[in-house]
Design a protein around this ligand. Sequence first.
Ligand code: SF4
Length: 402
Amino acid sequence: MASSQGISLQQAAERRMSLPDALAAGTTAFRGAYVHVPFCRHKCHYCDFYSFVDSDGRQRAFVERAKQELEAWSPCVSAPLETLFVGGGTPTMLAPDELRDLLGAIRQAFPWKAKAEWTVEANPETVTPEIAAALVESGVTRVSMGAQTFQPRLLQALERTHDPASVGRAVGHLRSAGIGQLNLDLIYAIPGGTLAEWQDDLRRTLDLAPNHVSCYGLMYESNTPLGQRHAKGLVQGAPEELEVAMHEAACAALGTAGFEHYEISNWSRRGQRCRHNELYWRNDDWLAVGPSASGHASGLRWRNVPRLGDWLADGPWSPVQDVERLSEDGRIGEAFMMGLRLLDGMPEGRVRDLLASGAKATVRQLAIARHVEAGLLEWVEGTLRLSARGRMLASEVAVDLL
Ligand code: SF4
């Protein structure tokens, strides 16, 4: 990240910036918390999250260190938080007693709203009855599980180690334990995958009756082995028409099944959107705990160092790697980028307010007019939103508004 005001990235690294000092500059009302658990059973070659196979058995050390950091954050939160997201990595790689300890410390550290949403990410092969019980007993209300695809050869292409049957088994354990809300993550446009296989993935997902589904086109990130092979032409991505057809198939199958398409890649049963992700898309404030976790407070964004060894050796605050205080223009650009991802769109008044200031106001006005003319953006009942075609080209629209 580049720094546009205040402290520079390098200064932050040199000073190992203290977050309380940086946050003191603004009035922060955190609404959620993110905790990053970096352990995985296997590193998938397309994954650019900070996660790895730990041969040193540092899970217990991780939990103890996270507890220190949570305690340090505790005085910074006065109003009850609404959402928790424990992501990774694979949080369900922790042993049941470690999960209980971590979740108990999170509960203790902050005040929580009575109906707070508590999500934990899981991989199907790690969900046992004991893990499911630990989650429910600790107050987890929602599990987000990476099913990705039900085709064994495509799971292999992704280097995922679970077998398709483990998804149903894990869902069974979670339901028996009493988890009410379940998201299944799917990936489409996997090299070699067909439209018929994707339609089968959607059918099998719906058979498991989740209340939320996320569908992402496979990304070729430059810092991953798959991305590097793709850049060298050694792996061919799915043709664009196929990717569009797959997205449309998801819209059709999930729409017919009664799901509300509320964000480019996300569908939910009515009233069961992921509140934590909505917090990101609405640019609210959340705190971040754990190596590589990113947080946002009063226009300040930061990212903790993505190295478990450094993080364990420091404390109680995470050593911070990147920090950025967004300029007014940066904030306006992000508000457009995130706001347009939501299919509800952005109310005209909000658009007008955002266009009233910032050095790039005229550029943005012209960009909106151009994209409306090209059919990528549309005004519907007083809101500005991406059209069906615009949703497939969302990043092009976002670049112009950033
Ligand atoms: S299991 Fe998930 S977090 Fe872990 S390496 Fe694979 S994609 Fe990344």
